[in-house]
Design a protein around this ligand. Structure first.
Ligand SMILES: *Cc1c(COP(=O)(O)O)cnc(C)c1O
Length: 380
């Protein structure tokens, strides 16, 4: 059996090597490494795929989040509501801009931000809600958008893990992840569902005026060369990354189907195991399984299970071991253990299994059966 990895980028590359290499070589031959046609082509193809008016390619997902907040012209001390159980990037950019991160708890089943918790956290200073579409499925956006509308606040979606996932609105509309709020952000980090060969990211918006400002911010606050209208940053997707992404975008839907098939297999094996809970699916969202994350029964010694799986050649990861409200850099003496019980419980009990586009049946069976048999031997 092929070595099992959390993410197998090498095997994925082997499948499309010629196309990718041709794309990269064309960029080198053109010597247009920054901006230019390759980046524009990818931008337009992604706009078509997502059904969104504007994609603005930037340097990475964290920059996408940063620029999305910069464009909203917020003031120091304005509050941004975001989930405690997520990757740090969203909180980081909020804090960097002198805004106040206001953490809230997540849903115990989908791990995404809880709309009722958002509603309770709103104050007169709340300006933005940042839902994170964690592990590949959309947060409960219909409720979040309604709350935002009634309080006249912005929604900045962190779709770094959920590109291609669809949200199903009650009126029948299906909208792609990151294209529902004021702006949406994604990352093309290599291990993401649409990953390049380095760093990359993008901002999405249906608001043309906002898109124009976002492009300006990402380019040193400049529209006309050396005329700086506002304080900006330097954040761009380079042409080699765009060439890779433009090839991989054609395969994104098939990659999503591979991930869904792997998840369905895991689900079927784990359904009879009482000690693990399979990832719940929000009925209003498709799931693109950036991660396949189990919740272990409280009686299971997670560290021991990870060790035993590792001994069998099965890597696992903990996304995320410490909720943001308990992180040294973000707790501000303001938050304490017990504030967000769901996030805290998840941090102690989740475990992510290998999930990528190249898992074969033998590997899936080996992983799933190993988890089922070992978890019983890992009681605390
Ligand atoms: C990966 C990720 C980011 C950051 O993306 P980078 O491209 O690494 O800057 C932000 N938020 C979430 C949820 C992510 O998974």
């Amino acid at each position: 059996m092929k070595k099992i990895q959390m993410v197998d980028l090498q095997s994925q590359y082997e499948q499309i090597k010629d196309e990718i290499n041709r794309g990269i070589q064309a960029v080198i031959d053109s010597s247009v490494f920054v901006k230019g046609g390759t980046v524009l082509d990818f931008q337009h193809h992604l706009e078509q795929y997502l059904g969104v008016r504007n994609v603005i390619p930037v340097g990475n997902g964290t920059d996408a989040l940063l620029i999305s907040l910069m464009v909203l012209d917020l003031k120091k001390g304005d509050e941004v509501i975001l989930p405690s159980f997520t990757f740090v990037a969203a909180a980081e950019v909020v804090a960097l801009l002198g805004l106040t991160p206001v953490f809230v708890d997540v849903e115990p089943d989908t791990f995404c931000i809880s709309p009722s918790a958002v509603e309770k956290a709103i104050t007169s200073r709340t300006k933005v809600i940042m839902p994170v579409h964690l592990f590949g499925q959309n947060a409960e956006m219909e409720s979040i958008l309604q709350i935002a509308k009634s309080h006249k606040i912005y929604v900045v979606e962190d779709a770094c893990q959920s590109i291609g996932a669809e949200y199903l609105f009650s009126d029948g509309r299906r909208i792609k992840s990151g294209c529902m709020g004021t702006v949406g952000c994604t990352s093309f980090f290599p291990s993401k569902n649409l990953g390049c060969f380095g760093d990359g990211g993008a901002v999405f918006t249906n608001d043309d005026a906002l898109a124009d400002e976002i492009r300006c911010i990402a380019n040193h606050g400049m529209r006309v060369r050396y005329h700086h209208d506002r304080i900006g940053v330097n954040s761009r997707l380079d042409a080699i990354q765009a060439a890779v992404l433009d090839v991989k975008l054609n395969y994104l839907d098939s990659y999503i189907r591979s991930r869904q098939a792997a998840a369905a297999y895991y689900d079927s094996v784990f359904s009879s195991c009482e000690l693990v809970a399979v990832p719940a699916q929000n009925p209003h969202s498709t799931h693109v399984y950036h991660q396949y994350t189990l919740k272990l029964d409280e009686s299971v010694d997670r560290d021991l299970l990870r060790l035993k799986l590792e001994e069998k050649g099965i890597p696992t990861m903990i996304y995320y071991p410490i909720p943001l409200h308990l992180q040294k850099a973000y707790c501000n003496g303001q938050y304490k253990v017990g504030d967000f019980p769901v996030a805290e419980q998840l941090a102690k009990t989740v475990i992510s299994l290998p999930m990528h586009t190249e898992l074969d049946e033998g590997q899936l069976q080996y992983i799933a059966e190993s988890v089922v048999s070992l978890v019983k031997t890992c009681k605390k």
